[in-house]
Design a protein around this ligand. Structure first.
Ligand SMILES: *[C@@H]1O[C@H](CO)[C@@H](O)[C@H](O)[C@H]1NC(C)=O
Ligand SMILES: *[C@@H]1O[C@H](CO)[C@@H](O)[C@H](O)[C@H]1NC(C)=O
Ligand SMILES: *[C@@H]1O[C@H](CO)[C@@H](O)[C@H](O)[C@H]1NC(C)=O
Ligand SMILES: *[C@@H]1O[C@H](CO)[C@@H](O)[C@H](O)[C@H]1NC(C)=O
Ligand SMILES: *[C@@H]1O[C@H](CO)[C@@H](O)[C@H](O)[C@H]1NC(C)=O
Ligand SMILES: *[C@@H]1O[C@H](CO)[C@@H](O)[C@H](O)[C@H]1NC(C)=O
Ligand SMILES: *[C@@H]1O[C@H](CO)[C@@H](O)[C@H](O)[C@H]1NC(C)=O
Ligand SMILES: *[C@@H]1O[C@H](CO)[C@@H](O)[C@H](O)[C@H]1NC(C)=O
Ligand SMILES: *[C@@H]1O[C@H](CO)[C@@H](O)[C@H](O)[C@H]1NC(C)=O
Ligand SMILES: *[C@@H]1O[C@H](CO)[C@@H](O)[C@H](O)[C@H]1NC(C)=O
Length: 774
């Protein structure tokens, strides 16, 4: 009894501080008697009559519902008002996620019926609730007054409904929701999340070192689902995007509320795993994508040869010269990216015909493909309403024309386009400008057209063995990739320009990785000064650019002026064949970086603190990357998300030959870094401690690579009482140097050199310091 009183008292005290609404007070009263049962962090959703609910963790109410609503003929029908409650039921069922219990609430408005329901999965248990809206009737004239609003709202959350100290991360804008991503405090009047067409998943968390995290996002109809803020009610709700004016009978739209106890990054990863399983997102395409696996040369915005050729030469000659230079410098580019400069455009810049102009390629792509042997990654933007492919313009395929843009509506069009392009070596189709192809055509006001368009493109690519990169994708396009296994990668930050800040991809990479997409940093220069460049700029931090690209696990695509490449620096990414030596997962920002942005903004820290790791034969090799962190920072093993042990850390490769500093990295002895800048970023590696005889040995791995231990190089680690053997692979005549650290004897290095024979495989033995060909 005393406990209960104490809690009630605590609540009423808190409520004074957070300007509690009447609605919240009711919820609190309603909840108080059951608080005793939930005194840990346990998740709990409690429904009241007519579908109102609260969501709590332990005794803390995080969310309470606002009114549900639907629109029709200019009227908004709201629960508690003109949206009339009809009936409710609890039902049991089963779908691909498992068995569930469903609370369903039926409402009527203007002789139409709508069901709002929530499914909780019991067997197997899932830390998720799926909120559903089901429209019984064919309904016209439902659009909201703004495309950025929503036609229907359930769930909606009352921002005044929690007294908790919560923060948010809201993905939004393009580049997979990176460009407008926002951080802030979740609560009354203060949640400035991204809404409408550019909006996306909202991540809400508390201020613990391992925060409870909630991830809310559309679960179906990704292209048509939006989140909106109602400034009058101060609620945030999910539903069908505001421009849709017609909802066919039988339409349903669903929102997933996912939660996790393992922190922000891990909860997003767990959400992504569930989504990928549910939508059968097949990662084989990503693994097999040549452009994800090998070095390529890029010519997009920021590149030296972006809308620029060598003086008095065509693009064709320029490409051939890049090839010649690469051969002479032994730079193993394996494909070439052709950007928007290659195709003819209609008025206002849309694509007229997706073929190279005679001006750029007098002998055509086939000729260049033949001369270079380079397969192509090719860019595409929005279609012009004058496109020669459209029936309206004398072409053969159905398009909806929305001058100056157009959207194709037939899969056979994509089949034709891709089959044709494969002849000149297309392997990666880069669909850029996704956001304006969506928000300036009929897709903006049609419930299904956006999904139809994206899936036709995706299926045709898969049928033709092509992969797709999404560029300038809003979060809705990002989610739509779940239905398209051919989409293997996505740009995760704004365009590169020498010296700009778009290398900060640690947060958007969390979202990309959750969706099974390889994050692409974009192109970069490997040399500071490239004379005659069109940007009039230098790249002060080529090494930063190169390491970020390599740790991303996405494409590594430099774009230097001919004869300006820093080959030594570039080749830290790759083996002699251009195979990228990467970690097992993309490097991502640690929770601590996000938490301090939200909860301690006065620190003004712009520091990026990321981690990743490689697993070989079950042994973990960690990488900690910190840049632009001017103040000292202390990182415990759990801060950087490493659960494996035992291990030690050692410092950056940059000066490792002179002075390798080995740190005993335990849970109680954190990694303390004093200053990590952009020119001298910090790069720490960890290794398990191997016992060999009486010594403790650490595996450093391959020297002169950003990722010394990568699954692309090291196939196996075997240990006995007195030896460690590494099975490694490489290309014919490639020489590699591997290092071990003898920890017990003053941290000395033992290096072993291997030159691969025709088999491309060798065994490195620690005990004898020998390399044997296999
Ligand atoms: C809406 O659908 C319900 C259920 O099918 C039906 O009973 C009702 O008559 C429909 N309303 C209209 C206006 O057609
Ligand atoms: C982020 O989550 C992924 C799982 O989704 C995990 O593999 C990785 O270690 C995590 N990284 C950090 C820094 O927590
Ligand atoms: C390019 O051509 C123009 C006109 O023929 C000539 O004046 C110029 O010197 C040429 N530039 C180079 C770099 O060859
Ligand atoms: C280029 O064309 C020639 C002659 O048709 C052919 O022998 C050669 O194999 C082609 N090379 C490539 C890389 O396709
Ligand atoms: C489309 O998106 C772009 C970029 O976010 C924005 O500038 C433009 O206003 C949007 N147009 C519409 C019709 O929403
Ligand atoms: C919406 O697009 C679909 C194709 O996905 C089409 O069949 C339907 O007619 C369109 N609806 C409207 C209202 O234009
Ligand atoms: C090339 O990069 C390496 C490694 O970062 C650096 O030591 C060297 O100075 C660079 N060379 C040039 C010419 O910039
Ligand atoms: C968040 O937690 C940190 C670390 O415990 C603390 O220093 C900070 O004051 C907290 N901020 C807020 C707003 O709760
Ligand atoms: C952060 O910036 C503000 C405004 O420039 C300044 O007043 C404050 O001292 C800074 N805080 C820290 C920790 O540097
Ligand atoms: C490293 O730390 C572990 C655990 O605290 C301890 O057992 C071990 O002796 C330490 N090793 C060295 C070389 O300091």
């Amino acid at each position: 009894m005393i406990v209960v009183c104490f809690i009630i008292l605590a609540c009423s005290v808190t409520s004074v501080h957070c300007d509690t609404t009447l609605r919240w007070r009711k919820n609190a009263e309603h909840r108080s008697d059951s608080w005793r049962k939930y005194d840990t962090d346990q998740f709990h959703i409690e429904f009241k009559d007519q579908g109102a609910f609260t969501i709590s963790f332990g005794k803390d109410v995080w969310f309470s519902s606002g009114p549900m609503f639907v629109r029709k003929d200019g009227t908004s029908y709201k629960s508690g008002d003109n949206l009339k409650f009809v009936t409710s039921k609890t039902a049991f069922g089963q779908d691909e996620l498992g068995r569930y219990v469903m609370n369903l609430y039926r409402f009527s408005y203007d002789q139409n019926l709508v069901d709002f329901s929530a499914r909780q999965y019991t067997a197997p248990q899932k830390p998720a609730i799926i909120f559903s809206q089901y429209f019984h009737n064919d309904s016209s004239h439902v659009a909201a007054s703004s495309v950025n609003d929503i036609v229907s709202g359930f769930p909606t959350f009352d921002l005044g409904g929690s007294c908790m100290n919560l923060g948010f991360l809201s993905f939004g804008g393009d580049m997979l929701g990176d460009t407008d991503k926002k951080f802030g405090r979740w609560g009354k009047g203060s949640a400035k999340i991204n809404t409408g067409i550019v909006g996306g998943p909202v991540v809400i968390f508390n201020n613990k070192s391992q925060p409870i995290t909630v991830f809310i996002s559309p679960f179906s109809e990704f292209m048509a689902g939006s989140v909106a803020h109602d400034p009058v009610e101060d609620t945030v709700g999910w539903g069908i995007m505001g421009g849709v004016d017609h909802i066919p009978a039988g339409t349903s739209y669903e929102t997933m509320f996912y939660y996790g106890m393992d922190g922000i990054n891990k909860t997003i990863g767990q959400w992504g795993k569930l989504m990928r399983d549910y939508y059968r997102k097949n990662e084989d395409y990503r693994r097999a994508d040549l452009t994800v696996n090998y070095l390529g040369y890029w010519t997009d915005q920021g590149a030296y040869y972006y809308y620029l050729t060598e003086p008095n030469k065509t693009y064709e000659q320029t490409v051939l010269d890049i090839k010649k230079e690469a051969d002479s410098q032994k730079i193993p580019y394996r494909y070439f990216q052709y950007d928007s400069w290659f195709y003819p455009k209609g008025p206002k810049g849309g694509v007229k015909t997706w073929e190279p102009t005679a001006e750029a390629f007098p002998n055509g792509f086939m000729y260049v493909y033949n001369q270079t042997g380079w397969p192509a990654a090719a860019h595409n933007r929005w279609w012009s309403s004058t496109t020669t492919y459209a029936v309206q313009n004398g072409g053969q395929y159905q398009f909806i024309l929305d001058p100056p843009k157009a959207i194709p509506t037939e899969e056979v069009f994509w089949e034709f386009l891709f089959k044709d392009a494969k002849k000149w070596g297309l392997i990666l189709y880069e669909q850029d400008w996704l956001y304006i192809e969506f928000n300036q055509t009929a897709t903006l006001t049609n419930l299904t057209l956006g999904r139809t368009w994206m899936n036709q493109m995706g299926r045709a690519a898969a049928n033709n063995g092509l992969t797709i990169q999404y560029c300038m994708a809003n979060p809705r396009h990002a989610l739509q990739s779940l239905e398209n296994p051919a989409v293997t990668q996505a740009r995760v930050s704004d365009d590169y320009a020498p010296g700009n800040e778009q290398w900060r991809i640690g947060i958007s990479s969390i979202f990309a990785d959750a969706l099974g997409l390889a994050p692409y940093k974009d192109t970069f220069w490997t040399t500071q000064t490239e004379t005659g460049n069109k940007y009039g700029k230098d790249e002060p931090y080529p090494a930063l650019e190169a390491v970020v690209a390599t740790l991303s696990t996405g494409p590594v695509g430099p774009s230097d002026k001919i004869a300006s490449t820093n080959v030594t620096l570039l080749m830290r990414c790759c083996n002699q064949d251009g195979l990228i030596l990467k970690p097992s997962r993309p490097a991502v920002a640690i929770d601590k970086q996000i938490l301090r942005t939200v909860f301690d903004p006065t620190q003004n820290s712009t520091g990026e603190i990321w981690s990743t790791y490689t697993i070989v034969s079950g042994y973990p090799f960690g990488i900690v990357f910190v840049a632009d962190q001017e103040n000292g920072v202390s990182l415990s093993r759990s801060d950087i998300g490493f659960t494996f042990q035992p291990m030690v850390a050692f410092s950056t490769m940059i000066d490792r030959n002179e002075n390798i500093e080995v740190l005993n990295f335990t849970e109680t002895t954190p990694l303390v870094l004093s200053k990590c800048s952009k020119s001298e970023f910090c790069l720490y590696y960890t290794s398990p401690v191997f016992s060999v005889g009486t010594s403790s040995v650490l595996i450093y791995g391959e020297e002169d690579k950003w990722v010394p231990m990568s699954p692309q190089r090291v196939l196996r680690i075997a240990t006995t009482n007195d030896d460690i053997t590494l099975t490694v692979k490489g290309s014919f005549e490639e020489t590699v140097k591997f290092a071990f650290i003898e920890w017990s004897s003053g941290s000395s290095l033992r290096s072993v050199t291997c030159t691969f024979g025709p088999s491309g495989q060798a065994v490195i033995r620690y005990s004898s310091s020998q390399c044997e060909m296999q």
